[in-house]
Write a protein that binds this ligand. Structure first.
Ligand code: UDP
Ligand code: MG
Length: 330
C-alpha cells in the first residue's frame, strides 16, 4: 500500500483577486416556472445588493408552455440587467444551460436553478472562495432529506457507478450550482459535444475547485420536470459520455462464457464416455440458451447506446436554436 499524499497546507494559489470592478453573470434555465420567477428575481436582487458586485441575469426560456416568457420579459423591461434568451423549443436543461453560458459576459458565472432550490444566499460564499483563488466553487448538498428515499438511493448508486466507470470523479451530491471563473467557462464553451452532461463536463475541465456545503430546500413552487425515466436517461447520457467500460466489457463477458462453455463441454464428453448417453438435460439446456440470449441482447443494447450517441454527434447539428434575444447589445 502506498501512503496517500497529505493534502497541501494551502491548496489554493495566493492571489489578489477582488470583486471590485468585476461583473457576475447568473445563468438561469427556466422551464414552466411562472409561479416562482418573481420571487427568484427578488431574492437575487436582495443578495446581489448585499454583495456589492455588478451583475446580469441571463434567463433562458427553454420552450416553456406557460407564461414564463411573459414574466421574464416584464422583469427585463423593469431591469435591463435581466436578459432573456428565448429558445425555439424545449431543448432540455443541459442544453438551455449551455445556451446561457454561451451568452453570459461576466468575469464570473453562476448557473442556478430558478425554482429557488439553489439558495441565492450561497453566492456570497462562492464569491469569497473565488477571491481566495478558487476557479470553481461548487455547492454540495449536505443532507438530501428534501428528496425521497428512492431518489436518494438511486442518486447514490449513480455517483458510485459513474466514479467506478469513468476517469473523472464527480463530487458526490454536487449539482450545477456553482461559481466559475471566466477562464473555466471559456474551456467549457470549446467542448464540441452535443451531449451536454454538464456535471461531467464541469468535473472534466479541472482547475482549482472548492466545495461549499449547503442544505437544498424544496422547490418554492411548481413541479419538478425530472421524473425517473428522464433521470435514467440522464444517467445513461452521463455514463456513456464519460466511460467506454459498458461497451468494452462484452469481450470479457464473452471470453469468460466461452471458457466456461469449454469446461462444460469437456465434462459432458467425459460423462458420456463413462456413463453412457444421458437423455434428460432439457432444463440445463434452456437455462444456458436463455442466459446466452439475454447476455447477447444486453451486449447489443449497450452497443446501441453508443452508436446512437455517435450518430447524434456526427450529425453536427447546432446545440440549440435561439428564437429571440432580449437585452443583449448587437
Ligand atoms: N429546466 C429546463 N428545461 C427542462 C427542464 C428543467 O430549463 O427541460 C430547468 C428548470 O426550470 C429549473 C432547472 O432546470 O430551473 C431544474 O429543473 P427541476 O427543478 O425540474 O429539476 P430538479 O430540481 O427536480 O432536479
Ligand atoms: Mg428543482
Amino acid at each position: 500500500m502506498v501512503e496517500p499524499l497529505a493534502p497541501p497546507i494551502s491548496p489554493l494559489p495566493v492571489t489578489t483577486r477582488s470583486r471590485v470592478g468585476k461583473t457576475l453573470s447568473i445563468v438561469a434555465p427556466c422551464f414552466n416556472e411562472q409561479e416562482v420567477l418573481d420571487l427568484f428575481f427578488d431574492r437575487i436582487d436582495a443578495e446581489m445588493a448585499r454583495l456589492g458586485v455588478a451583475y446580469e441575469v441571463v434567463c433562458v426560456n427553454d420552450g416553456s408552455r406557460d407564461h414564463t416568457l411573459t414574466v421574464l420579459l416584464r422583469r427585463h423591461q423593469r431591469d435591463p440587467r435581466i436578459k432573456v434568451i428565448n429558445l425555439a423549443r424545449n431543448f432540455g436543461k443541459e442544453t438551455a444551460l449551455s445556451a446561457g453560458l454561451d451568452a453570459a459576459t461576466g468575469d464570473m458565472i453562476v448557473p442556478i436553478d430558478c425554482d429557488l432550490q439553489d439558495p441565492p444566499e450561497l453566492i456570497g460564499q462562492f464569491l469569497e472562495a473565488w477571491e481566495a483563488g478558487a476557479d470553481v466553487a461548487y455547492g454540495v448538498r449536505v443532507d438530501r432529506t428534501s428528496d425521497g428515499l428512492l431518489k436518494r438511493a438511486t442518486a447514490q448508486g449513480f455517483y458510485r457507478a459513474f466514479n467506478k466507470l469513468s476517469d473523472v470523479d464527480l463530487p458526490y451530491n454536487a449539482g450545477d450550482y456553482r461559481l466559475m471563473d471566466r477562464r473555466v467557462v471559456e474551456v467549457l464553451k470549446q467542448l464540441p459535444e452535443r451531449n451536454r452532461f454538464m456535471k461531467g463536463l464541469f468535473a472534466w475541465v479541472g482547475f482549482n475547485q472548492v466545495a461549499v456545503p449547503y442544505v437544498r430546500p424544496e422547490r418554492a413552487a411548481g413541479t419538478t420536470s425530472f421524473r425517473y425515466w428522464k433521470l435514467w436517461n440522464f444517467a445513461l447520457d452521463g455514463i456513456t459520455s464519460f466511460s467506454s467500460v459498458p461497451i468494452r466489457i462484452w469481450s470479457y463477458v464473452g471470453l469468460i462464457a466461452g471458457v466456461l462453455a469449454c469446461g462444460v463441454a469437456g465434462m459432458i464428453v467425459v460423462r458420456t464416455l463413462l456413463f453412457g448417453r444421458d437423455v434428460p438435460g432439457y432444463p440445463s439446456l434452456m437455462v444456458v440458451i436463455l442466459m446466452g440470449f439475454g447476455l447477447q441482447m444486453l451486449a447489443i443494447g449497450s452497443l446501441g447506446e453508443y452508436v446512437a450517441r455517435i450518430y447524434q454527434e456526427v450529425k453536427n447539428r447546432p446545440l440549440y436554436v435561439v428564437m429571440d434575444r432580449y437585452g443583449f447589445d448587437a
